[in-house]
Design a binder for this molecule. Sequence first.
Ligand SMILES: [Cu+2]
Length: 180
Amino acid sequence: MKHTLPALASTLSLIAGFALADSHASAPEPVATADIKTLDGTVLGTATVTPGTNGILIHLKVEGAAPGPKGVHLHQIGDCDPATEFKSAGPHIGDADNAHGLLHPDGPHAGDLPNLYVGADGTGEMQAITSAVSLEETPGGLLDSDGASVMIHAEGDDHFTQPGGNTGARLACGVLEPAS
Ligand SMILES: [Cu+2]
C-alpha cells in the first residue's frame, strides 16, 4: 500500500495535467478583426470574429461614443467609404431573404445583431453568437471575395421596423480583415 498510493497519486496528477493542457490548447483565436471608424476617421472601437461550437462569436468594444443603445449589423460588402456615408458597405447580409429584425416574424436578416449599449462614460461592449452567417461561403460570407463590414448605427435597433430597425444614420463602420 505504501508504495502504490504515491504511484496512483502521480498517475492521477499526470492525467489531470494532460486534461488541463488539452483544454487550454483548444481555445480558438479570432479569425477576423475590424477597426471601426466614424465618418471623420476617428477609431470608435474594434470587433473580433471567433468561430465557436454553436456559431460565430462577434465581440465589439467601443469608447468615445455617445451614450445609449446602438444598432449593430453585419453589412454585405467590406467597404467603409466615408464619402458615401458608409452606403458602400451595402445592405445587411441576407436582406434579400427575410425581413429585418430579430423580433420580426418574417425575419431576421442574417446580419442582424443585438444592440450595443454605450454607458455614460462613452464605453460600450457587446458579445453575440450567431449561426446565421458563415465565414467564407457566398453570398454574405464574412470573409468572402467582397468581404463584410461591421456597422454601428446612431440609434438602437427596435428589431422590427423595416428596413433597418429605426437605427438611423450609419455612425461607424469597420471592414472585417482576416486576423494575422
Ligand atoms: Cu445596418
